[in-house]
Design a protein around this ligand. Structure first.
Ligand code: APR
Length: 244
């Protein structure tokens, strides 16, 4: 079906690509739910990816994100990211990436307008809205612990969406619009376990898009796809997009 899909992509006025952790697996960044290697089979998400967990042990959570940040900085976009970025350069405005990933590999590969539903792991932000004037900016930082405001004790935390938290304002609306209007949706490297991101495939299908899943394993949203390609991002995205 690659050739048939290439014809569809060639004629598609609008393409939306929904990506998950599997998109970055071939860049050496661990996924969350792969057996054995997934982060959630080795770490407790409640302890490490929630506000309660951060408040309970800020140094533990800050250290875990510091290690993940190093991994992201050392990682390079893989052939899948590169194929998406090259397509976007050849066809400005035709392809929108909506990612659940908090790394910056899509942006580094050339998809500048990537919609990041779960935030940015490289961004710092305040744990609480600062209640003082001037706002928190007098930082103290003890190595291995999160920086704090010397005035009010506010913590710095990574700019990612933790379990139970709201998505960045406007991100879901923009993602919904991209899913609604696209002619083809490529769903790459996601287990479909986390909502509302997982709902975007069904949204695209109801909007009339041809939905393609790229994943070596079955996912929870396979039944939303018209076509399922059992393979990896770095193998299949170049095969689907290069030369179009
Ligand atoms: N190419 C394509 N897909 C792959 C590859 C690869 N090389 N390697 C693994 N996969 C697939 C796996 O089969 C799995 O279906 O990627 C998917 C990764 O699923 P998860 O680890 O659950 O990641 P994701 O779907 O992005 O998780 C969603 O959960 O923990 C939260 O906020 C976190 O954004 C994350 C969200």
């Amino acid at each position: 079906p690659i050739d048939e899909l290439r014809e569809r992509l060639r004629g598609a006025g609008s393409i939306c690509v929904l990506t998950g952790a599997g998109m970055s697996a071939e860049s050496g960044i661990a996924t969350f739910r792969d057996a054995l290697t997934g982060l959630w089979s080795r770490f407790d998400p409640a302890q490490l990816a929630s506000e309660e967990g951060f408040r309970a042990d800020p140094a533990l959570v800050w250290g875990w994100y510091a290690a993940r940040r190093d991994g992201v900085r050392r990682a390079a976009p893989n052939a899948g990211h590169v194929a998406l970025g090259a397509f976007a350069r050849r066809h400005p405005g035709r392809l929108t990436v909506v990612s659940q990933n908090v790394d910056d590999l899509h942006q580094r590969a050339g998809n500048a307008g990537t919609i990041r539903l779960h935030g940015d792991i490289l961004e710092d932000r305040w744990l609480e809205a600062c209640k003082r004037r001037p706002a928190c900016d007098t930082l103290t930082a003890t190595p291995g612990t999160p920086p704090r405001c010397a005035e009010c004790g506010n913590f710095v935390r990574p700019g990612v969406v933790w379990f139970g938290e709201m998505l960045p304002a406007g991100a879901l609306e923009a993602a919904d619009a991209a899913a609604e209007r696209c002619d083809v949706m490529l769903v790459v490297g996601t287990s479909g376990a986390v909502w509302p991101a997982a709902g975007l495939a069904g949204r695209a299908r109801r909007g009339g898009a041809h939905v393609v899943i790229v994943n070596p394993q079955p996912s929870e949203i396979d039944d939303e796809a018209h076509t399922v390609l059992r393979g990896t991002a770095a193998q299949l995205l170049p095969a689907l997009l290069d030369g179009l």
